[in-house]
Design a protein around this ligand. Sequence first.
Ligand SMILES: C[S@@+](CC[C@H](N)C(=O)[O-])C[C@H]1O[C@@H](n2cnc3c(N)ncnc32)[C@H](O)[C@@H]1O
Length: 253
Amino acid sequence: MTMSQDSRSTPGSTVDPAEIAKFSKLSETWWDPKGKMAPLHKINPLRLTYIRDAACRKFERNAKSLNCLSGLRMLDIGCGAGLLCEPFTRLGAQVVGVDPSASNIAAAKLHAEKGHMSIDYRCTTIEEMDPRERFDIVLAMEVVEHVTDVGAFLGRCAAVLKPGGLMVVSTLNRNWKSFALAIVGAEYVLRWLPRGTHEWSKFVTPDELTKYLLDNRLVITEQSGVVYSPFADRWSLSSDMDVNYMVVAEQMV
Ligand SMILES: C[S@@+](CC[C@H](N)C(=O)[O-])C[C@H]1O[C@@H](n2cnc3c(N)ncnc32)[C@H](O)[C@@H]1O
């Protein structure tokens, strides 16, 4: 079933309609590197490389090859307007981009069309997808802090992984430092993001994420903090997972 209204949630859904409405307002300028989604644009090269390299290690591909992900099926759940779907398509992956926001999916389709790219974008949710579909790689990037039930959401994501598949999750840790930097700093002082983009209480600690994944027989094999240096004006990988972080998880054998 496809969602036609941004503000609707179905029973058993992990979608918070207020969250979707918030992101739908940003769809028009999603692809503007200087627009409201500027932080995602800035972080994109770093996370792309991180995911590509993890996938190449797992699937024994040469990360230097231009089509290193060729033939791999990838699901980008909560894809927004496709900031990750496009570059991974260029690397050869068969990408399915899913988002409950109709306007985000419309913006994603329009941008892909302009770039003559063929990407399977769907306005739906992980709960409403055909449970028989399977993927080599599932991405849930900057999404879990916006869903109503992280455990249920990750359970559904885990269920569509092929045996031996890879899951990558990025989110925000929950502590005083993330409150100071990701809420007060990013939304109120620097105004990188519109106020109210994030709710601190919905941030997910690495321990909580580890448990949610283990509940679904997924074990974290790699993890990294993502930190911003104001002097260099750039993001980099770090052992500091206090605020932004990413994990790679694999099925337990
Ligand atoms: C911060 S944006 C991240 C977009 C993209 N993953 C990225 O990192 O570039 C969060 C996205 O998650 C979507 N979203 C929110 N709740 C969701 C849910 N329950 N299931 C799937 N997507 C959801 C929003 O519509 C929005 O596009």
